[in-house]
Design a binder for this molecule. Sequence first.
Ligand SMILES: Cc1cc2nc3c(=O)[nH]c(=O)nc-3n(C[C@H](O)[C@H](O)[C@H](O)COP(=O)(O)O)c2cc1C
Length: 199
Amino acid sequence: MAFVNLNPGTLLAPVPAVLVSCARKGEKPNAVTIAWAGTVNSDPPMCSISVRPERYSHDIIEETGEFVINLCGEENLKATDWCGVKSGRDFDKFKECGFTALSVPGMEAAPAIAECPIYLACKVKKVERLGSHDMYIGEIVSMGVSDKLLDESGRIDYSKAKLVAYNHGAYYALGDALGFFGYSVAAPDVLERRMAQLK
Ligand SMILES: Cc1cc2nc3c(=O)[nH]c(=O)nc-3n(C[C@H](O)[C@H](O)[C@H](O)COP(=O)(O)O)c2cc1C
């Protein structure tokens, strides 16, 4: 096997493309598309988002110390792309995209986007000035899942969320489930049952 060496870049893939909502008290909310987002701690649950200082959203998050990560399903994709090429300086993005601002526990002003399947509301705990981007590490203080995603036993059925992945400039649908955490060592009966649940 041969490898072609490339210049170092941001080739990690797939990553999520999420809609991050933010707001100053009494002002219109904004939504910015962020691909440089990740889970960074389990207990307490924490996520990071990396935002360029020139984004309209940057100063809002910097000042308010809060943001909401809204996961993007296929139904939200066009709006997600649009919020990634237009600025809240020029548009009321919630109005233009038909988003409903949802007040969520733990947030002073940042709303969730009711049209997205899942939200994670975060309070900023730390900022790292990395170069091109400022990375905000936020503790997840509340979370919500659309009841349309829950199955009969109250579990999240991710196949209903139709979450979108982002690979270096393009959006992709997720394919079929291939396995589950620990499936490589699961007993045959567990493997069969759990794989059937994943459909
Ligand atoms: C798929 C996609 C991913 C993006 N990821 C980021 C990101 O991780 N960080 C960032 O600062 N900007 C990112 N952008 C660019 C911003 O979303 C874009 O500049 C947006 O218009 C800024 O909005 P605002 O000025 O209302 O904050 C991304 C854009 C797209 C389309």
